[in-house]
Design a protein. Sequence first.
Length: 264
Amino acid sequence: MSDYHDDLRLAHVLADAADAVTMDRFKALDLKVETKPDMTPVSEADKAAEELIRGHLQRARPRDAVLGEEFGSDGTGPRRWVIDPIDGTKNYVRGVPVWATLISLMVQIDGGFEPVVGVVSAPALGRRWWAAKDSGAFTGRSLLSATRLQTSHVGRIEDASFAYSSLSGWEERGMLPGFLDLTRDCWRTRGYGDFWPYMMVAEGSVDICAEPELSLWDMAANVVIVEEAGGRFTGLDGRPGPHSGNAAASNGLLHDELLGYLRT
C-alpha cells in the first residue's frame, strides 16, 4: 500500500459525508438553484457539500491547501485537496442520477502538482470508484468490499467504444471535423458525459473518452483512477495529467491514435 493510504481513507470519509448531503436534497421540490457568472447552474447542495468537505479537511488536514469549484482556493503548500462537490450539476437539478462528488489529493512533485488520491462517489447510481498512487484502482461499497479496476485490451479504433459529453463544445472550438472523423471510425459512440466516461475507461467498458474544455476539479480525481487502472490520461495536447484545460483518457493502447484525431 502506498504512503497515501490514510489520505485515501479520509477521502472516503469526506465522500460519505458529501453523499449524505447531496442525496438528502436530490429531487427536492424546493431545491434552490442559481446561475453562476459562467452561466452554469449551482445548487444549494453543491455549496453545502463543499462547505462540509472543507470543514472536515480543516479539522483533519489543517496544513493542506484546498481548491473547490464553488469557493475557490485556500492555503498554500505542497499538498492540495481538489473538490468538485457535484460533477454533473445540470443532471442533479433535473433529477438525472448521473452525477458525483469528486475528491482528489494533489502533491507537489518535480515542481508541479500530481494527483495521488482520487475518489469519485455517485450515490444516486450506487457506485464509487477510487485509487491511490501505486496502489491500484478499485470500485465497490467500501475499502474492504472492492473489485480492482482494469482498462480494456482493445487495440484498434474500429473496435473501440468512445464516450463524450456533447457536440457543441467541439464545434465552438473549431475541433468538430476531427471529432466527427473519430466517431465515424469507432465501433460505438455514446454521450455519457461528466465523470462517468472516465470511470468506464477505468473499468474497461469504454476504451476512449475526451472533452474539449474542463477545469482542474473536473479531472484531478479521474486522473489517478484511470492511470492506476492501467490507462492514460492527458490533455488533448498530450501533456500528462489534468493541466491542459481539456482531457483525453484511454486504455493506453489507443491513446496516441485518439490524440491524432483531436490534438490541439
